[in-house]
Design a protein around this ligand. Structure first.
Ligand code: GLU
Length: 403
């Protein structure tokens, strides 16, 4: 049975590249009927950043990703110490000033494996690999030892991780062999680059998952977009639900070339998700995002979602778009505004078609365009579809607004 793990080190924010690794593991487990484990790789105590594990957990939960089990490496020191000692006893590692170093057999020739991403063989010459520390003097294991011991004991079948780890794989293979254990399948995922072609990293200002939530992205949209960073479902469809991806994800369709994270594409996709979300559901999400909007009458708010969702790319935009129509228009009154008041005052059938026709004839008559009306009313040259909004507000409220 397939068993995979996501193994973040709590050393900072979970950015786009990191979460993408988590998602590929999760969807691979789901699509193959396997299980998914979260492993907190906290053995490098000096690099530990307070709160990063909690933020990782919150990010995964927000995206709807659950795990079957969770382990924390710092609680398992005795285990690693035991296995390091086993290698010393076998003459495959030596102690130096309290630390234990693995002795690389440089005569074993080529170390190679077939990577499940791109189905390609990768090889390293053992003579180029130096002896390496597996247990530090403070009793903590290094990443190499802890990873191999845990992947074995947890019966991990596939190791999906970023391609930065490729150079570590020959060391891991040597350790598996030294213990006499089976080597799992490696699947090294392509890097995630920015639109400038450089790798996204914490240092280069990559955003965290929770930053995207703060900016008004929907979890479903972010999830969907991140899945397309390195995975292309057959027939190149782009909008895919979580349920669907849980069925169709496969390692064969993971590309080996780098993926580009393009925030504008994510914004576009978020807008698409906003448009397919039911209004009542969107209303809850908007209120959760922007609790200040609870002051607005609930039915009015719900009604405003229909015209607003055609214009929104993020949840954050809703409040901005509706604000001018909820409060007072600017005190300074333009001629256009006075004219519209007169036009609207005469309308008897207060529906959006009539309103739109009247607005259009007014524009024709004065040789103006829609952006001029927006400018005159709300001070910017675009906004919500006006006839729809005035229909929702009703004649009385619209006239008060324009007065
Ligand atoms: N702790 C490593 C990291 O932070 C995990 C690498 C792996 O998945 O083996 O990326």
């Amino acid at each position: 049975m397939v068993k995979v793990r996501f193994a973040p080190s709590p050393t900072g924010i979970l950015h786009v590249g990191g979460i993408r690794t988590a998602l590929f593991n999760y969807f691979f487990a789901k699509s193959s009927g396997g299980s998914f484990v979260l492993r907190n790789e906290d053995t490098d105590q000096s690099r530990k950043v307070e709160g990063s594990l909690e933020a990782t957990i919150e990010s995964l939960k927000w995206l709807g990703i659950s795990w079957d089990d969770m382990v924390t490496q710092s609680e398992r020191l005795a285990e690693y110490q035991k296995y390091a000692q086993e290698l010393v006893d076998k003459g495959l590692a030596r102690e130096e000033e309290g630390a234990i170093r693995f002795i690389v057999d440089k005569n074993q020739g080529t170390i190679s494996w077939t990577d499940a991403v791109g189905n390609k063989e990768i090889s390293y010459e053992s003579e180029n690999i130096e002896d390496f520390i597996i247990l530090k003097a403070d009793g903590f294991p290094t990443y190499h030892l802890a990873k191999v011991v845990d992947d074995h004991l947890m019966e991990i079948t596939h190791v999906l991780r970023g391609e930065d780890w490729i150079p570590s794989a020959p060391k891991h293979i040597m350790l598996y062999k030294a213990f006499g254990w089976d080597v799992p399948t490696f699947a090294h995922l392509p890097n995630v680059m920015g639109t400038d072609g450089k790798k996204l990293s914490k240092r280069r200002g990559a955003k965290s998952v929770l930053d995207f939530r703060k900016e008004g992205y929907l979890a479903q949209a972010l999830l969907n977009y991140l899945m397309l960073l390195g995975w292309s479902p057959k027939n190149d469809r782009e909008i895919l639900s979580k349920d669907e991806m849980e069925k169709i994800f496969s390692l064969e369709n993971v590309n080996s070339s780098p993926a580009i994270f393009d925030e504008r594409k994510l914004q576009w996709m978020n807008g698409e998700y906003i448009r397919i979300t039911q209004n009542s559901e969107l209303k809850s999400q908007i209120l959760e995002f922007d609790p200040g909007l609870k002051d607005i009458d609930e039915n009015l708010l719900l009604a405003m979602i229909e015209p607003a969702k055609t214009r929104m790319k993020t949840l954050a935009e809703f409040g901005v778009l509706i604000a001018p129509f909820m409060n007072d228009l600017p005190t300074e009154k333009s001629q256009v505004r006075k004219d519209l008041y007169e036009v609207f005052e005469k309308i008897e059938n207060w529906d959006k078609e009539t309103l739109l026709n009247n607005i259009k004839s007014y524009l024709d008559e004065k040789n103006l365009r829609f952006p001029d009306i927006y400018e005159a009313l709300i001070g910017v040259r675009a906004g919500l579809p006006l006839a729809d909004v005035f229909e929702i507000l009703g004649k009385e409220r619209t006239l008060i607004l324009l007065k």
